[in-house]
Design a protein around this ligand. Sequence first.
Ligand code: PXP
Length: 253
Amino acid sequence: MNPGPKSQKPRVRLHVNVDHVATVRNARGTAYPCPAEASEVCMAAGADGITAHLREDRRHIRDEDVRAIRRRIPGLLNLEMAATREMVAFAIAIKPHIVTLVPERREERTTEGGLDVAGGRESLRTAISELTSAGIPVSLFIAPSPAQLHASLAAGAVQVEFHTGEYANLTGDSRACELEIIRAACDEARAAKLHVALGHGITLENIGPLAAIESVEEFNIGHALIADAIFLSLSGAVRAYRAAIEASRAEPQ
Ligand code: PXP
């Protein structure tokens, strides 16, 4: 059978966020399931990296999880964290391959919005400069807005991750509009030589149009992929997201 023309678009990295493996473990106070072991399974199934969010309240991932993931997986570790002194010191000790700085409020259920880089908080600039000086590249989790993008560039980020939560929550024409906003932001970021990631609320149902954006280089996917693993197995879920990305990249524009 002729498999048809191969996609000309560059490959997109799939990073699996394993926070919710820890959520399941912590619900019962057991030692299982282990986020580091889950990370190994994801890598063996075709993930390109692992993302873990160490929150101030340690509600899911704990310090020892990050250390174990760093030790056990051969591939890339993206540590998500707030721009606090405690987290910056931890990251410099652990040396993840990249840090993604995110806003964090204790009362939120998940990361509900992007960083206000344009608002110019001193602590953010300090964190970026300390991490960069320690040889850790910094990605900033921001809304797909030109103001936040320009501020991220000026602040010394090497990558931006655009928040796709709004896109995920919308339907129909409103979602199509948000997709165009994300596309424009991705294209502008790439033109400015920033690396481009997308994350938040991404599912097998909504990933296709995002993966078709040529300038996207990386996805960070957590909750839906771990939920899909209940039905597909963890390896099966990683393969399903990989296949959905490839199918979308192979489609003609
Ligand atoms: N990217 C960032 C920066 C995040 O904070 C999160 C949530 O922790 C994700 C990606 C993953 O989002 P989701 O769990 O909705 O896939």
